[in-house]
Design a protein around this ligand. Structure first.
Ligand SMILES: [Zn+2]
Length: 259
C-alpha cells in the first residue's frame, strides 16, 4: 500500500471524526442524520482500504467481464461464412469448363497486368460493377470490381433472383458478399504466393473478367438458413440454364459466367 494512500485514508478518518464532533456540537437536533452520514463516509474509507491492495485483480475481473460481453456480441454478429453444405452444388470441371469457357467467350481477352486492364476498361470491354440488389462487394485486395458486360449482367441477375428466392419475409434483406472479381495475372501471382494451395496458377477465369467469388451471406437476423437455401437454389437454376459454371471451394463459391 503506498504512503500517499495511507495518508489520504488517515486524513479522511480524521476528517470524519472531526465532522462527527462538529455535528454533535452544532446540529444536535439532526444528530441522527449526521451520524448516518458519518458512518457512510467511514464505510467508504474502510472499503477503499480493503480494496486498494486488490486493485490489480479487480481491474482484471472487470476487464474479463467486459471482454466476455464483446465475445458474445461478436458471436451474434449477423454474418455467416460461406461454409454450408455444398453437397447439392454440382462442380463443373475447372480446366476444361471454367478456363476454356472464359477464354472462348472473351476471345482471349486476358489481363496480364494493370496496363492491360486499363486498356480493356478504356475500350469498354470491362465495365464497373456496382453493388445492386441482393449482393455487396467486399473490400477487394487482389482484384478490382470490373466484369465484362455479360458477366456483370449475370451477377446482377443472380442478386435479384437470390432475393426473389428468399421465402421468409423477415429475411428478405439478406445479401451475399462477393469477395473477388477481376484479377490481372500479376494479382493472381501475388494471391498464389499468399495462398499456394487454393490458387489457379495460370489463366484463371478471373483474369478474363468473367468470374467472381461469393464468400458469405449476411442476414439481418443472424440466421443463414433462408439465405443459404435461396443462394443454393438460384445457383443451381442458373447453372442448369447454362448461364454460369460453379466451383465450390473451401472458403467460397467460384462462379464463371458462361453466357
Ligand atoms: Zn474464384
Amino acid at each position: 500500500m503506498s504512503k500517499t494512500f495511507l495518508f489520504i485514508a488517515l486524513a479522511m478518518i480524521v476528517l470524519a471524526v472531526l465532522g462527527l464532533y462538529v455535528a454533535f456540537r452544532i446540529f444536535k437536533k439532526s444528530m441522527k442524520l449526521m451520524t448516518a452520514l458519518m458512518l457512510l463516509g467511514g464505510a467508504v474509507v474502510f472499503i477503499g482500504i480493503i480494496a486498494y491492495p486488490k486493485r490489480a485483480r479487480i481491474k482484471r475481473e472487470i476487464k474479463k467481464v467486459l471482454s466476455l460481453k464483446d465475445k458474445v456480441r461478436r458471436r451474434t454478429s449477423p454474418t455467416c461464412d460461406c461454409t454450408w453444405n455444398y453437397s447439392s452444388l454440382k462442380k463443373d470441371e475447372f480446366t476444361t469448363m471454367h478456363k476454356a469457357t472464359a477464354q472462348r467467350i472473351t476471345n482471349g481477352m486476358y489481363l496480364v497486368n494493370e496496363k492491360t486492364r486499363v486498356k480493356w476498361i478504356n475500350r469498354g470491354k470491362l465495365l464497373p460493377v456496382e453493388e445492386k440488389e441482393g449482393f455487396a462487394i467486399a473490400k477487394l485486395d487482389y482484384s478490382k470490381a470490373y466484369l465484362t458486360a455479360i458477366a456483370r449482367k449475370r451477377l446482377y441477375e443472380l442478386g435479384q433472383r437470390f432475393r426473389q428466392n428468399i421465402q421468409e419475409p423477415d429475411e428478405k434483406m439478406s445479401y451475399f458478399v462477393v469477395s473477388s472479381v477481376t484479377r490481372t495475372q500479376v494479382e493472381q501471382a501475388a494471391i498464389c504466393e499468399k495462398y499456394p494451395r487454393a490458387c489457379t496458377k495460370d489463366h484463371s477465369p478471373h483474369s478474363y473478367g468473367v468470374a467472381f467469388d461469393i464468400y458469405r451471406i449476411v442476414s439481418p437476423n443472424n440466421r443463414c438458413e433462408a439465405g443459404s437455401k435461396a443462394l443454393e437454389k438460384v445457383l443451381q437454376q442458373m447453372q442448369a440454364e447454362n448461364k454460369i459454371l460453379l466451383c465450390p471451394e473451401s472458403r467460397c463459391i467460384h462462379v464463371t459466367v458462361r453466357g
